[in-house]
Design a binder for this molecule. Structure first.
Ligand SMILES: [Zn+2]
Length: 384
């Protein structure tokens, strides 16, 4: 993985390179970035750069033996730790080293833009969540005590460090605090608040922001051959998340499906509640897969965003037409200063809980009652 194949993130790349030039690379670094920002890819590229035999000022060469092994994710001095769980083939004591083939396959498929739900889907474990456990910690401590095999630096990458359980992290605190000589530890994580405080305090943070809409759009055109209009529309819905953009693209009919579903759901939430119809509909939403539920709510966030634009008279910024535009125009007045922030937070929290395995049916009925009240607040504001 070379820096040049990572989307955007010019600021983070520059900071990493400056660190090397000025000879101040921290032993333990926390690559902190939301899903789809490319934080894992960046950590891999940084490790490759550090060990490249012919690196330039700005990138690794991509062709020296070290780079080739890094690109195959099979360098003997590159270690990965990531959440695992029991599967059909590993029935007990799961740990990262038992899943390296699956891991390489998975990263290969998406150029190291990994997501938790994508990884679990790849392992075919449904909604089961993984952990990084004490067996991982013990193995790592044993391995890094040895000298490196080929390169100057051993590179240890933890992905989804949030999933490091407490026993494992206690075992690793010393390692994070002071790794053996010539060992770099990159902790990749999405949510700072979910990391154990003891882990946070031992790492230097490398901030990896969500991607810009323009970066996603340009990459969709370049990598996927998408037309510019479609790329702009998908990028807008992707909320800075490359994986989300790819998902949307693969399911372009989802945009239409989301629109129809969302309009129907809002009607049910807005009217005096008809519990039979509403429960039935919420049940259907609850039975959709997690990714579909997330994409549905992301569509909801985008509708809120469009309403704010419309209310401010910025219709020209809206990338909608036909029925979807009609719907937005009718809906926009109901979203106003009385409720816009709360609706936004409500959808964001729901996405957060879906990622954490909330029960879909319960989540959507809770959400629809709250939305019903919030829409009533919005209507009152108009009447005033
Ligand atoms: Zn190289």
């Amino acid at each position: 993985m070379q820096f040049k194949s990572i989307i955007g993130q010019e600021g983070a790349k520059a900071r990493l390179l400056t660190g090397i030039r000025e000879n101040r690379v921290a032993h333990t670094q926390l690559f902190l970035g939301p899903e789809g920002s490319g934080s894992l890819a960046l950590a891999i590229a940084f490790g490759q750069y550090i060990n490249c035999a012919n690196r330039t000022e700005t990138d690794s060469c991509g062709t020296c033996p070290s780079c080739v092994k890094f690109q195959n994710l099979a360098h003997p001095d590159l270690y990965f730790y990531f959440p695992t769980t029991t599967t059909n083939t590993v029935k007990k004591d799961p740990r990262s080293s038992l899943f390296l083939n699956e891991w390489r396959e998975y990263l290969d498929e998406n150029y190291a833009y990994a997501t938790q739900s994508g990884w679990y889907e790849h392992l075919k474990v449904g909604n089961k969540q993984g952990y990084i456990r004490k067996d991982d910690a013990n193995e790592l401590i044993g391995k890094i005590a040895l000298k490196s095999f080929e390169s100057e630096y051993k590179v240890v990458i933890f992905w989804m460090t949030e999933r490091l359980n407490e026993t494992a992290s206690n075992k690793l605190l010393k390692t994070f605090e002071e790794p053996p000589d010539k060992t770099l530890i990159f902790l990749v994580a999405e949510r700072y608040e979910l990391l154990l405080a003891t882990v946070r305090s031992r790492a230097q943070i490398v901030k990896v922001p969500a991607l810009k809409e323009s970066e996603i759009a340009a990459e969709l055109v370049r990598q996927k051959g998408v037309g510019e209009n479609e790329a702009a529309q998908v990028a807008m819905l992707a909320t800075g998340n490359w994986n989300q953009a790819v998902n949307l693209l693969e399911n372009t009919e989802d945009v239409q499906a989301n629109f129809i579903r969302f309009r129907q759901w809002l009607r049910l939430c807005f009217r005096p509640l008809d519990y039979v119809d509403l429960n039935k509909f919420n049940g259907e939403l609850g039975r959709m897969g997690r990714e579909k539920q997330k994409s549905f709510l992301q569509y909801g966030l985008e509708v809120v965003h469009s309403s704010i634009l419309l209310n401010q008279g910025n219709e020209n910024l809206l990338k909608k037409n036909g029925e979807e535009l009609d719907f937005s125009m009718k809906f926009a007045p109901l979203v106003n200063t009385a409720n816009q922030l709360e609706i936004y937070q409500l959808f964001n929290e729901a996405i957060y809980h879906i990622e954490r395995n909330a029960h879909g049916g319960i989540l959507f009925s809770d959400l629809s009652f709250k939305l019903h009240d919030l829409l009533a607040k919005g209507r009152k504001q108009i009447v005033k």
